[in-house]
Design a protein around this ligand. Structure first.
Ligand code: SAH
Ligand code: SF4
Ligand code: F3S
Length: 476
């Protein structure tokens, strides 16, 4: 079988376009004659957002999305490579899908995203039933790759672009609640954190045209959406033609409508500026919540990680957030335990950072060596799995206690909540989030999705707040 690898971003040729027409379905044709695409996303929000671009590209090639894998002609797994266990999850899933494929001749399976980019054609050798391998910058090429795969050739395009931002593609919102949406503002990452595979799987950093971002957010608002999350691996280094920086972009999006909440992720401690913090403060509809990954609380480890800041710098940024946005501003973190050569004392520094900052919540991981990264080349992964796990468990325990205490502080307060939908646990309850990003559950009464309500917080766990509506926002 032939493996085709494109070495440049493929713009469809006339012949390709003609071939695509064979599966294109006209507007008038009943939906049932369309081919069916099932997409499953793994990893970070960027991947979930990319799947919406993929759905849009494939719709133009005649595919309707389905939420039932048994009903699909084409299955895409949009994968993550950040830790070994993320890749294992996908491999297990592929094994399961193999049964389905054997029962359904003609069904095609594609692996997209970061694992596809990392493993390239190796993936085809290791996972025989995979027909298509496509990296994050090659999604415009998917219709051609699917056609190739349909004729028995394996379709591969893992070209990484310096320009692609998919700015002109209107995403199809998948699994949408109709209230909150993700909007990509940039792609790739130019930081070389030594543990991280992302610069290799997503390529160079590039920012998207601010006008296309504002237009997408405006369209969402007009469709009834009430919250957008601006996405990038390092949003603070957003820059459009030396004219628009992240603070200015935030302002442009915030000005669309005061009823549109604006969130963003991820900030980088070395780049988040006071200008950004003052912009957050200036607009009521920019949520008072910052996700600021620390990775470690020890300066020697931070240096080995190539994070380009030390403990003092990180804490100074935290103090600025609290000074400018107040004690109640939500702050969350990412931390890694058991990075190469980390001593017990250095681990204690990470724990003391948690105690100092008192984060609202955090995402904590034990270090997983990724082939090809700087750390894999330069350092030994010398902390045993047991020690990594023990340190992780200690860290999670501390964060759980602090999360609970931070939530308890809110009991008795009234919070503005955007209703996102029905609670998973009970049909009679709604779920939504307060400004600082925390989830709240409350009786639904006669309210509806997309409403803003004021909720009196009455109870909490470390993960969720509970309360009851005291007034609709307009009435206050
Ligand atoms: N761009 C973001 C993070 C993207 S990856 C940032 O700069 O912080 C999400 C998180 O996964 C990271 O913050 C880090 O905590 C974790 N992570 C990344 N590589 C990892 C690895 N090799 N082992 C364990 N955790 C890792
Ligand atoms: Fe990875 Fe660092 Fe880039 Fe985040 S900033 S994606 S951790 S290289
Ligand atoms: Fe994973 Fe790629 Fe995101 S490696 S965390 S899906 S950028």
């Amino acid at each position: 079988m032939e493996h085709r690898i494109s070495n440049s971003l493929k713009i469809l040729t006339e012949a390709d376009k003609e071939a695509c027409e064979t599966v294109r379905v006209s507007e008038n044709e009943p939906l049932t004659t369309k081919k069916r695409l099932f997409i499953e996303s793994y990893g970070c929000q960027m991947n979930f957002s990319d799947s919406e671009i993929v759905a849009s590209v494939m719709r133009d090639a005649g595919y309707a999305t389905t939420s039932d894998e048994n009903d699909a002609d084409l299955i895409f797994l949009n994968t993550c490579a950040i830790r070994d266990n993320a890749e294992q999850k996908v491999r297990n899933r592929l094994r399961h899908l193999n049964f389905l494929k054997n029962k359904k001749p003609g069904m095609l399976i594609g692996v997209l995203g970061c694992m596809a980019e990392r493993l390239k054609t190796q993936l085809l050798e290791e996972e025989k039933m995979v027909d298509i391998v496509t990296g994050p910058d090659a999604y415009r090429d998917l219709p051609r790759l699917v056609l190739d795969a349909g004729t028995g050739q394996k379709g591969v395009n893992v070209f990484l672009s310096r320009e692609e931002t998919y700015a002109d593609i209107s995403p199809i919102r998948l699994n949408s609640n109709g209230v909150t949406a993700l909007v990509s503002i940039m792609r790739g990452c130019d930081n070389m954190c030594s543990f991280c595979v992302v610069p290799f799987t997503r390529g160079r950093e590039r920012s998207r045209d601010p006008h296309s971002i504002v237009k997408e957010a405006e369209d969402l608002f007009n469709l009834g959406y009430r919250e957008v999350t601006l996405l990038g691996q390092n949003v603070d280094s957003y820059k459009w033609e030396k004219q628009v920086n992240f603070a200015q972009l935030l302002e442009m999006v915030a000005r669309i409508n005061p009823e549109l909440r604006v969130r963003f992720s991820t900030s980088h401690p070395k780049d988040i500026t006071d200008e950004v913090l003052y912009t957050i403060k200036k607009y009521d509809n920019i949520c008072k919540y910052v996700h600021l990954p620390a990775q470690s609380g020890n300066s020697r480890i931070l240096e080995l990680m190539n994070r380009t800041y030390d403990r003092e710098w990180y804490l100074e940024r935290i103090d600025s957030i609290r000074r400018i946005l107040g004690e109640d501003c939500g702050i969350s973190h990412d931390m890694i335990t058991g990075f190469c050569t980390e001593t017990e004392e250095e681990h204690q520094d990470s724990l003391s950072l948690l105690e100092y900052v008192r984060f609202d919540f955090g995402y904590m991981f034990s270090y997983s060596e990724r082939p090809g990264t700087l750390a894999a080349k330069k350092f030994q992964d010398d902390i045993s799995a047991e020690v990594k796990q023990k340190r992780l468990a200690e860290m999670i325990d501390i964060q759980q206690r602090i999360s609970l205490e931070r939530n308890q502080r809110l009991i008795g307060t009234i919070q503005k909540v955007l209703i996102e939908g029905t609670s998973k646990r009970s049909e009679n309850d709604f779920t939504g989030r307060i400004d600082q990003g925390k989830k709240v559950i409350f009786p639904r009464e006669n309210f509806k999705k997309g409403d803003y309500v004021h909720v009196l917080i009455t109870e909490c766990t470390a993960a969720t707040l509970k309360g009851k509506v005291v007034a609709e926002v307009e009435a206050i």
